[in-house]
Design a protein around this ligand. Structure first.
Ligand code: PBG
Length: 331
């Protein structure tokens, strides 16, 4: 390998278009729009007042009331959608609260849909970990391992409850094999042909989920490495997940986390025939907030830079806890 032969131009010529803000604006290519951003929100059962999440400064566990208010506010600011997570009071081995029509998440979806209707895109996390006492994304077999196929039945029931409650898109985030196909079939046979699937694929077993455990009062011991992807595998593993999910009926595919996996975002965006989303997760949020709090980073600048990099890598939709704030900044 050798360097290309360079033309005999002065090397400073690339700086000509960087000289003024107007020139830079004229030639800018990646732009952030409020409607590309989705705000993830947590609602916890039995709360009168919202409770701050210490490891995610500025993010709270909402009460049903405060969720509604914050959701309407975010939609008014122009965000593209909302992704709702529920935190139940009672957890059990099968995650019973997940498909209970009066469970915290389904109740919230129903109230949000009654208020906002089709004005926004209402999304629901379709996974058991918020609802199980062991904290895993599925049900366990006798040996304590996550039982893939038994979990699919639980996801089907959860999907029907969420569709019935008014969710437009279901976020299948549990990383069970066959989950998208199982959910698609359950929705179709019950007549929910218009309810879509936002498939978390690829989703990596990541240390950056740390603050999320506090956000959903998770009781997880251990990790999710037996079902989430391994960071050391090449992008071929990610593309296999994407191909299967699309074949099974995914309407949108999502890469998660975002920043440490931008190569994967790019690889998926290059080939996926469906829209590609990326989730800037709790730990990505927390590390910027923590550094900014110490005065080590210019917070606003870094927030916009991370979001721009995720879009530049090829994601057209970004889930971010900064969605409402950034929508304001861009207005
Ligand atoms: C699964 C789920 C998780 C997140 C979104 N959906 C947790 C996990 O997979 O361990 C993480 C989101 C974040 O960290 O911001 N219910």
């Amino acid at each position: 390998m050798s360097l290309p032969e360079l033309p005999a131009f002065p090397t400073t010529r690339l700086r000509r278009l960087r000289r003024t803000a107007a020139l830079r604006r004229l030639v800018s290519e990646v732009t952030l729009r409020p409607s590309d951003l989705v705000l993830p929100m947590f609602v916890r059962e039995g709360l009168g007042e919202p409770v701050p999440i210490a490891s995610m400064p500025g993010v709270v566990q909402h009460s049903q009331e405060s969720l509604l208010k914050a959701a309407v506010d975010a939609v008014e600011r122009g965000v593209g959608g909302l992704m709702i997570f529920g935190v139940p009071t009672e957890k059990d081995a099968r995650g019973s609260g997940a498909d209970d029509p009066d469970g915290v998440l389904n109740l919230a979806l129903r109230r949000l849909y009654a208020e906002l209707g089709d004005e926004t895109v209402l999304m629901a996390d379709l996974c058991l970990d918020e609802f199980t006492d062991h904290g895993h994304c599925g049900v366990l077999d006798e040996r304590g391992a996550v039982d893939n196929d038994a979990t699919l039945y639980r996801y089907e029931a959860m999907a029907l409850a969420q569709a019935q409650a008014g969710a437009h898109l279901l976020g299948t985030s549990g990383m069970m094999d066959g989950q998208v196909g199982a959910v698609r079939q359950a929705l179709d046979s019950a007549g929910y042909i218009d309810t879509g699937i936002l498939a978390y694929a690829p989703k990596y077993a990541s240390g950056f989920y740390g603050p999320f455990r506090e956000a959903v009062n998770s009781s997880l011991q251990g990790d999710r490495a037996s079902y989430q992807q391994d960071a050391s595998r090449s992008v071929a593993d990610a593309l296999a997940e994407v191909a299967l999910d699309i074949a099974e009926g995914a309407d949108i595919v999502m890469v998660k986390p975002a920043l440490p996996y931008l190569d994967v975002v790019r690889a998926v965006a290059d080939v996926a025939p469906v829209p590609v989303a990326a989730y800037q997760i709790s730990g990505e949020y927390a590390m910027v907030e923590a550094a900014a709090e110490r005065g080590w980073l210019d917070r606003e600048r870094v927030v916009l830079e991370t979001l721009t990099s995720i879009k530049r890598a090829g994601a057209s939709i970004v889930l971010t806890y900064w969605a409402a704030e950034v929508a304001n900044l861009l207005a």
